[in-house]
Design a protein around this ligand. Structure first.
Ligand SMILES: O=C(O)c1ccccc1N[C@@H]1O[C@H](COP(=O)(O)O)[C@@H](O)[C@H]1O
Length: 213
């Protein structure tokens, strides 16, 4: 199975088309207002409509209220909603029963305990995204966590790797972790919030070269 590739924080149709042409399987639209990658719900809905059908659209929310989450799902109609804050497994389990969108939960990996405790999301999330712990922003910081923590972890859910992935380190990350999915945002930018099409292409090529090696 080829590694799945998510390019997150896209703000224009041109970026989405470039990511799709490069081989991204998922694109992320960030609805967290403090982020330099923020798009509002109307922009996200318009971008979603322009995304090639074979690419899945992931809407990123951070600690959104239930009412806002329902509105976001209705307006954007994403394939996936990625929760990147401190959302609880109880709340996500409730939501899971009420939406057809896939639910992804991002977790900041501090230590082996974080990974062990992630089992509480079984039945509440479709996929766990292991990222570096939150800094001033909950994600998109370009920080990595200690990938060796994943070596002894028995995954109980589908999962992906995020946090500080770049065209130059993603093959190494895959060799060390065997992640079935990789996710990047700041690692394919020329400045915060400005995507670099060449870096997107290099990132996807590095993943496909790893898959074919
Ligand atoms: O990108 C952001 O600004 C962001 C803000 C709030 C929550 C998550 C955010 N980004 C996500 O964080 C991970 C890792 O990003 P990076 O590759 O280290 O820049 C990824 O899922 C981003 O989509």
């Amino acid at each position: 199975m080829p590694t799945q590739i998510k390019i997150c924080g896209l703000k224009t149709e041109a970026e989405i088309v470039a990511a799709a042409k490069s081989g991204a399987t998922h694109i992320g639209l960030n609805n967290y207002e403090p982020s330099p990658r923020y798009v509002d719900l109307e922009q996200a809905a318009a971008l979603r409509m322009r995304t090639p059908a074979h690419v899945k659209v992931v809407l990123l929310l951070v600690n959104a209220e239930p009412g806002y989450t329902a509105k976001a799902l209705e307006i954007v109609k994403p394939d996936v909603v990625q929760f990147h804050g401190t959302e609880t497994h109880q709340w996500l389990r409730l939501l899971k029963g009420a939406t057809s969108a896939e639910i992804w939960k991002a977790l900041g990996v501090k230590d082996a305990e974080t990974l062990k405790n992630s089992a509480r999301f079984v039945g509440a999330a479709d996929l766990l995204l292991f990222d570096a712990p939150a800094q001033a922003l909950p994600g998109g910081t370009g920080m990595r966590f200690d990938w060796s923590l994943l070596a002894d972890h028995r995954h109980e859910l589908p999962w992906g790797l995020a946090g500080g992935l770049t065209p130059t380190n993603v093959a190494d990350a895959l060799r060390q972790t065997h992640a079935p999915m990789v996710d990047t945002s700041s690692g394919v930018e020329s400045a915060p919030g400005i995507k670099d099409m060449d870096k997107i292409a290099e990132f996807c090529k590095a993943v496909r070269d790893y898959d074919n090696s």
